[in-house]
Design a binder for this molecule. Structure first.
Ligand code: FAD
Ligand code: SF4
Length: 506
């Protein structure tokens, strides 16, 4: 059994595949696009990559049982399609690589059980670490911090290490990274790697536009890699043209610019068109051959060897309860403009419109614009989660959920993040040019021109001050809150409530 995010010829499920007696099962089903309203770009990238992968397998003479989305009799669910295939083919046993989604694992297990079939679930050897290793790391720890896990991974793999010593004598180079573009802006940017849709992708695009016409986003600019060969080209172009500046501008934003110096490889990685080992090796090699500086390379390696592995560990050790967590009891609905981008807040408008157009936004747009606003507004984390899972081409639950619930919304109460990622509009002003063209003023927390981020930031600190006071890392922000007069705090609270009411009213 090969799922839509397991498009890897080296997948553990295919390890001992024998075309003389085995067959591969793959299915396109409506449920995977409707359990959240999957954006058109997201559905297209999955279906097109699946069809290309199945074509490769067939070309090498392997039997593939493949159901297309609009095939006659398609039941619309993975469970239904597996059930149908089992009735037709009567296999002796099922083999799969561990899926990336708890819900999918449960439903496939149940079908195997109903057919009294042995389902062998193999470790996903795509990753550097196993869930068991993460569980051992997590044992006895109240909080799970990336830094310690990342250091273990560096030791384990020897990446950017010289024996037991770190290359450059530092674990991370954050102080040299994370600059803004300054007033002059980013200047001439290297072009992103985009791929013109071939006949298979065009067919999928027509299908998606027809079947999921009302789903978010548009396919007008679709250009994601959908084959391994394209993904490898995208990797090579990133290493040559964008990696050298990756660290420096990792957190910077600029109106209308979504690609910047990021890799845009998350989708190819999550579909397993690329192996993280080859991505990290290419980056390390760029440093060792003098093509990219160490701070950029270490910053990039940490995202993949650190964050990506770490969030997967969190997901599989904390599910299924994790998905329901709401440590701050946030209850507001997600504002309707998240699905349209129609808001007068310039930073949110830009991040959401780019997201809907491309199925992509970079990390800081996700964390410190759309995520930050939802956190400060007090949106129910499960609604925020559904949005992130729906709109991004790289969204698969094992990686999306901990990033949203844990890192961005602090809904796990600090299991993952040592403090909530909160900031006022002044942070966005520092890291971008959005505020220059906005009707609001990031320096103001009350009044007609007050920036909603700034108002909500102070209100958030005030509302959660008792709990946050227990966290030493919040001391400075709380001290600043205490400098405000009672009248100022009351005015902020009133303005924040008016803003929430306005959002609720649409
Ligand atoms: C609220 C929220 C939701 C997110 N949802 C997803 C998601 O559904 N899928 C997803 O792959 N990433 C998600 N991320 C993490 C990150 O934002 C994306 O991986 C990144 O923006 C993808 O763009 P890129 O490939 O250009 O990344 P780059 O900035 O070039 O980073 C390189 C690679 O590192 C990995 N990476 C970077 N940050 C993280 C992270 N925090 N967690 C895991 N891997 C990371 C990705 O594989 C990425 O391709 C989310 C982050 C936030 C704050
Ligand atoms: S002023 Fe506030 S709402 Fe407007 S762009 Fe800046 S941070 Fe965003």
């Amino acid at each position: 059994m090969i799922l839509g995010d397991q498009l890897d010829h080296e997948a553990s499920a295919l390890r001992d595949f024998d075309p003389a007696q085995d067959a591969i099962w793959m299915a396109e089903v409506e449920e995977e696009s409707t359990h959240v309203a999957s954006a058109k770009q997201r559905t297209t990238v999955f279906l097109s990559a699946m069809r290309h992968f199945a074509a490769d397998l067939k070309a090498q003479g392997w039997p593939v049982l493949y159901t297309e989305l609009d095939a006659l009799g398609n039941t619309g669910t993975l469970a239904g399609e597996l059930d149908r295939a089992l009735q037709q083919t009567q296999p002796q046993q099922l083999v799969m690589t561990a899926p990336g989604d708890w819900r999918v694992l449960q439903s496939l297990r149940q079908v195997a059980h109903q057919h009294a079939l042995n389902l062998e679930i193999r470790d996903d050897n795509h990753f550097f670490s196993t869930v068991r290793e993460f569980a051992a790391h997590a044992q006895g720890r109240k909080q799970l911090r990336l830094e310690y896990f990342y250091r273990e991974m560096r030791h384990k793999t020897g990446i950017l290490m010289e024996g037991k010593k770190t290359v450059g004598d530092q674990w991370n180079f954050d102080t040299e990274n994370r600059n803004s573009f300054g007033k002059q802006g980013p200047g001439l940017l290297p072009p992103p790697s985009r791929f013109a849709p071939d006949a298979i992708t065009q067919e999928v695009m027509a299908l998606v536009n027809h079947r999921f016409a009302h789903h978010p986003g548009s396919l007008a600019s679709f250009g994601w890699p959908v084959t391994r060969e394209q993904a490898q080209r995208a990797l090579a172009e990133f290493i040559a043209h964008r990696l050298p500046h990756f660290g420096h501008y990792q957190d910077a934003m600029w109106e209308g610019e979504v690609w910047l110096y990021h890799s845009h490889l998350s989708c190819a990685l999550n579909l397993k068109l690329l192996n993280p080992r080859e991505v990290v090796a290419a980056a390390e090699n760029a440093f060792r051959t003098g093509q990219a500086p160490l701070p950029a390379v270490e910053g990039f390696v940490r995202q993949i060897l650190g964050w990506r592995e770490y969030v997967r560990g969190i997901y599989w050790t904390q599910m299924p309860d994790y998905a329901q967590r709401n440590a701050q009891d946030a209850r507001e609905p997600l504002p309707a403009f998240y699905w349209t981008g129609q808001t007068d807040m310039a930073c949110l408008r830009d991040a959401i419109q780019l997201t809907l157009a491309q199925g992509y936004a970079h990390h800081i747009q996700r964390l410190m614009v759309t995520g930050l606003y939802a956190l400060l507004l007090g949106v129910k984390p499960q609604e925020v989660h559904q949005w992130y899972l729906a709109v991004y081409v790289d969204a698969v639950e094992w990686v999306e959920l901990p990033n949203t619930l844990g890192m961005s919304q602090f809904a796990d109460g600090g299991l993952m993040a040592s403090k909530p990622y909160i900031a006022s509009g002044k942070y966005i002003d520092r890291m971008s040019n959005h505020c220059k063209g906005c009707r609001y003023n990031p320096a103001l927390s009350t009044g007609e021109s007050a920036c909603p981020f700034t108002t909500l930031y102070w209100d958030y600190l005030n509302q959660h001050s008792e709990t946050l006071a227990k966290n030493p890392r919040m001391r400075m922000q709380l001290n600043n809150l205490r400098r405000l007069s009672t009248e100022e705090v009351a005015a902020i609270a009133a303005q924040a409530q008016a803003h929430r009411d306005q959002q609720q009213a649409g």
